[in-house]
Design a protein around this ligand. Structure first.
Ligand code: ATP
Ligand code: MG
Length: 269
């Protein structure tokens, strides 16, 4: 005879197992999953995630963009998406813009200003729900805009979504990259890959070189610099599609990323 407590525990284990199986099934139609990550907020993660996704799509890949920056989801704002994701037969259908399928935590926010202060288990549940219910279809790449830092949120995302590798966004200033080093350590502690490091805000104002030095120090591929430019002020479309110089920077980043994935034994699409 099993006690009610034992029954409840068995039910819980069964549910967790089913959830895991469902997530694995869902993600099986996605070839490569890349997390865009940084040690600090505001270094340009969302910008890099959006422009990377748009460039991959422009080059002919099937691309999805998942915004799991739970506290501060703003991919939809950057992409100018006003509609929400659709719910069809119990499945979430991503919104689409610039050839990229998009799912954001902000779709599930009541209003834009609402602060999302979630604790670990709730974040875990929300991400699981996303991953279980979203119908991405066949994708070559899923680009994931990660929450910054080494707190609960990024850790939960890393443990729930099995990423092929992380693209770390750093800055030209060496001192600011102490946090980047910390987050690279976290990725490696979880036995995950750093697919490369990109330096953002390069130029006269902040200088250059921090990203490349960081890459050398941690033994990760350096995938190039993205200059600080006024072109990013125009948000009618992703800057990589708007400005040819930015387009070139991103084409170079995509080349490096694919090469690095290949070297890691993850065949890119
Ligand atoms: N290379 C660049 N040149 C000029 N402006 C940029 C560049 N990269 C990003 N920005 C701008 O800097 C601001 C912050 O960028 P973004 O929102 O991508 O950072 P983030 O790391 O995602 O921030 P958060 O941690 O808050 O999510 C945005 O207004 C963006 O347009
Ligand atoms: Mg962001």
């Amino acid at each position: 005879m099993t006690t009610p407590q034992e029954n409840a525990r068995l039910e819980q284990i069964k549910r967790t197992w089913q959830q895991k199986r469902q997530i694995t099934e869902r993600l099986s139609t996605i070839k490569t999953k890349i997390g865009v990550y940084s040690g600090k907020g505001g270094v340009g993660k969302t910008t890099v995630a959006v422009n990377l996704a748009a460039t991959l799509a422009q080059e002919g890949s099937k691309v999805g963009l998942l915004d799991v920056d739970i506290d501060c989801p703003n991919v939809t704002k950057v992409l100018g998406i006003t509609e929400k994701a659709d719910y069809v037969n119990g499945q979430i259908v991503p919104a689409e813009k610039w050839g990229v399928k998009v799912i954001s935590m902000s779709f599930f926010q009541e209003n834009e200003e609402e602060a999302i202060i979630w604790r670990g288990p709730m974040i875990h549940n929300a991400i699981n729900q996303f991953l279980q219910s979203t119908d991405w279809g066949e994708l070559d790449y899923l680009v994931v805009d990660m929450p910054p830092g080494t707190s609960d949120s990024p850790l939960t995302v890393m443990q729930t979504l099995p990423m092929d590798g992380f693209l770390v966004v750093s800055t030209p200033q060496e001192l600011a990259n102490i946090d980047a080093k910390r987050c690279i350590n976290m990725i490696r502690k979880l036995n995950l890959n750093v697919v490369g490091i990109v330096e953002n805000y390069t130029g006269e104002v902040f200088g250059q070189g921090g990203g490349e030095n960081l890459a050398k120090e941690v033994g990760a591929p350096y995938l190039g610099a993205l200059a600080l430019r006024s072109a990013y002020q125009d948000n009618t479309r992703p800057t990589s599609l708007l400005d040819s110089e930015v387009g070139e920077e991103y084409a170079h980043l995509v080349d490096g990323l694919k090469k690095s994935l290949k070297e890691m034994g993850r065949e890119p699409a």
